[in-house]
Design a protein around this ligand. Sequence first.
Ligand SMILES: Cc1cc2nc3c(=O)[nH]c(=O)nc-3n(C[C@H](O)[C@H](O)[C@H](O)COP(=O)(O)OP(=O)(O)OC[C@H]3O[C@@H](n4cnc5c(N)ncnc54)[C@H](O)[C@@H]3O)c2cc1C
Length: 376
Amino acid sequence: MKKIAIIGAGISGLYLANLLEKEKDFEYKIFEKRSKLDLEEGYGIQLSVNSIKLLNKIGFKNIPALDIFFPKKVNFFKSNNPNKICDINLTQFNDDLNKYTTTKRSTLLKFLLKNIPKDKIKFNTILNNIDYSNNIKVYFSYESEENFDFVIIADGVFSQSKLIISKENLKPKYNNSIALRGNFNKYDDNNISIFMGSNFHYVIYPVNQNNEYNFVAILQKKLKESELKNEQFFQSEIFINSLKKTLTNNSLINLENLTEIRAFPVFVSKNLATTNQKNIFLSGDALFAFPPSFAQGASQSIETAHDIFASIISGSDNLYKNRISRIHSINWRSKLNHFAFHLSNPINTLIRNIILQYLSKNKKFLQSYLGKIYRD
Ligand SMILES: Cc1cc2nc3c(=O)[nH]c(=O)nc-3n(C[C@H](O)[C@H](O)[C@H](O)COP(=O)(O)OP(=O)(O)OC[C@H]3O[C@@H](n4cnc5c(N)ncnc54)[C@H](O)[C@@H]3O)c2cc1C
């Protein structure tokens, strides 16, 4: 029986646990820093077909239809103009069983937790040290140590565990942008709508069949180191109101009915974190955190976990070879989206809109820019 430690009970760690749960020759434990997972929050998540295929392998297709949504299009608008610039048909990337899906993050987490026995997750625990001179010995914060055959580091963008195993500077960097999230209870568009403004964009989409909608805005903002370290700064009413004002002054959106509003700084990876230590793998945002403008973070976290599972089962160490080119492709697309969505000069935005109108209907481009990521 091989023993596996999964550090972090996020999307990536829990997906891997679901795959391992079906394997008789492996025993796993999840170690989670928090005292419990937040299963109530209403924020949304977009899952493209590539991750839906993998989620369906563990039964996601049986999730109640009311709890998810299948948006058919992505609509593009200028934030201060009600006329749509263009749209992209998302159904061209779907097949009969696997469809582009939106839902609440908490719905996904509840689904991932459903098949994991309670005693397999140890809360309030972090990894303190690893000794891999012989077997892999892991030292935990509750002053205990345990031997494992594999360690999977899936503790998110601020992964402390990867800093312990690597000497490189792998700390994420501030992406000079703030995310403002919230929920709407009513909105009159059942697609994914992207509104582009000067140095910001926001996205609205349904998260279920219950008239609940996710709102997420990404606003460019330079911040001081002291502000970035101060969590209260992001939750202060003054700061949140200033972000709302930036959005409402420069667009047609009315944010009065937005609930559960939260702001936080967006951090991304500077470098790809790999490890030369045999049988220690990095997964999800701990491996690489993308800018959010391509909505691939969760999908990639699921993909990496799936690849790690395949590597463990087959004994292959080819994992990063395939991952590196995929990460590179998604990272430049995320950066390009961010750049294009935030243009401010009127001539540049006009040219962008004309290009968007052309590309949104160009099948060859769509297959290469989106299809390659969503389907391959
Ligand atoms: C504004 C915004 C919008 C986004 N929207 C989307 C979207 O629409 N679609 C999409 O695909 N992606 C989206 N993402 C990205 C996505 O949320 C992440 O990529 C994904 O959650 C990463 O999963 P993970 O399992 O790697 O990490 P996480 O889900 O962050 O989980 C990490 C877990 O590890 C735990 N942990 C932390 N430190 C330790 C430690 N030292 N020891 C033990 N446990 C620890 C944490 O408590 C947490 O439970 C968005 C991101 C942002 C910022």
